[in-house]
Write a protein that binds this ligand. Structure first.
Ligand SMILES: Cc1ncc(COP(=O)(O)O)c(C=O)c1O
Length: 392
């Protein structure tokens, strides 16, 4: 990566909310436009043959992508960031650092797509995986062996919303010379910044809260050290899964209201979770903000300003009855994905986690009665009424 292409967060000052609006969004010097233009150019004129300007070819670097990466690096507290064509492309880039014979320790409360990548794609290159309960740091330490090169966790597990101790995990991984990556899609940098806890690389499906409006697909990595950034940049540039300029613009726009949205959605989610806990048709509720959540105390320490806007709860019914309840909501749309202004509902067993083997679903508590909510910006009373009529 050229010196110019590296994103610097040196100039950054101000609160999270201020940086989300101003960092990377400098006034366009040639026109004075408050909003930087979208650069669709695929190639850039060079000063001379063999001499490189700031940008040369859009896969290698693009001004609009660079701006978005600068904002994200500032919000996650990284030395730089990279934007990918999807969240899965971002995770894949991390796994491309591995080679045959390497071993990965990943959380058992893991997004289905990450499970599939590790078990059904990385295994083709002779990479092995052990899934562990990331909330049990002793179990993580025991699972790491001399071949373990990567520990992969989620800041809020999916779909059971488990909370790992990020500082302890980072210490364990580093003590055994493994890299630690955290998928912060559910947590968002508003609430938790894994790099501050010693994590090496933090990943987002930008499709979710960063974009925030269910209208774009993207992924990001933010990185703690320049050497790691260089390696990931090399892999991304060599394989090509970069984010296009229009989507970079949409994600940048989404990021400006990220703080506001996530705090508001988290506050609604907490109240909805409390209400669900007292609902006669609900067997159990998993939400890190509830005193009943097994890692509630850790969540209070590790999170700042809320516990996220994902709520998981369990009904007593069969897989068909639960599917019928999910299909009976009117405001909550039956769809995978999450993190947008509109609320969504889904059944992990048949939707987001369908790519798990049935035995692993049973082992890791992804029961037939489990329902996952992504709480949007609608009013709490309307959301309650919608769930109530669907589960009754
Ligand atoms: C926690 C989490 N990580 C990663 C991904 C993958 O992101 P994408 O769909 O943008 O590839 C998702 C998608 O749902 C997700 O929920």
């Amino acid at each position: 990566m050229s010196e110019q292409e590296k994103q610097s967060t040196e100039k950054v000052t101000g609160s999270f909310r201020t940086r989300a609006i101003h960092v990377g969004n400098e006034v366009d010097p040639s026109t004075g436009a408050i909003i930087p233009p979208i650069h669709f150019a695929s190639t850039f004129q060079q000063p001379a043959a063999g001499e490189w300007g700031k940008f040369d070819y859009s896969r290698s670097g693009n001004p609009t992508r660079s701006q978005m990466q600068t904002t994200l690096a500032s919000l996650e507290g990284g030395c730089g960031a990279l934007a990918f064509s999807s969240g899965m492309a971002a995770i894949h880039c991390v796994t491309m650092m591995l080679k045959t014979g390497d071993h990965v320790v990943a959380g058992c409360d893991l997004y289905g797509g990450a499970y599939r990548l590790l078990h059904k794609v990385c295994n083709r290159s002779g990479i092995t995986v052990t899934l562990v309960d990331m909330t049990d740091t002793a179990a993580v330490a025991a699972a790491i062996n001399e071949k373990t090169k990567l520990v992969w966790a989620e800041s809020i597990g999916n779909p059971r919303l488990s909370i790992p101790n990020l500082r302890e995990l980072a210490e364990i991984a580093h003590a055994k010379n493994a890299l630690i990556g955290v998928d912060n899609t559910f947590g968002t940098p508003v609430l938790v910044r894994p790099l501050e806890h010693g994590v090496d690389v933090v990943m987002h499906s930008a499709t979710k809260y960063l974009g925030g409006h269910s209208d774009c697909l993207g992924g990001t990595l933010a990185v703690s050290k320049p050497e790691l950034l260089d390696e990931l940049y090399f892999l991304q540039n060599s394989t090509g899964a970069v984010l296009d300029p229009l989507t970079c613009f949409l994600v940048s726009r989404g990021i400006k209201t990220l703080d506001l949205r996530v705090r508001e959605q988290s506050a609604t989610a907490l109240q909805l979770a409390r209400w669900l806990e007292s609902h006669p048709k609900v067997r159990s509720v998993l939400y890190p903000g509830l005193e009943s959540h097994p890692q509630h105390a850790l969540a209070c320490e590790q999170f700042d300003g809320g516990f996220g806007a994902m709520v998981t709860f369990e009904l007593d019914g069969t897989i068909e009855q639960t599917a019928a309840a999910c299909g009976a909501t009117r405001l909550f749309r039956l769809a995978v994905s999450l993190g947008a202004v509109e609320s969504l509902i889904e059944q992990p067993a048949t939707m987001s986690h369908a790519s798990y083997d049935a035995a692993d679903r049973a082992r890791f508590g992804i029961s037939d009665g489990l329902i996952r909510l992504s709480v949007g910006l609608e009013s709490l009373d309307d959301l309650k009424a919608d769930i109530d009529q669907a589960i009754r």
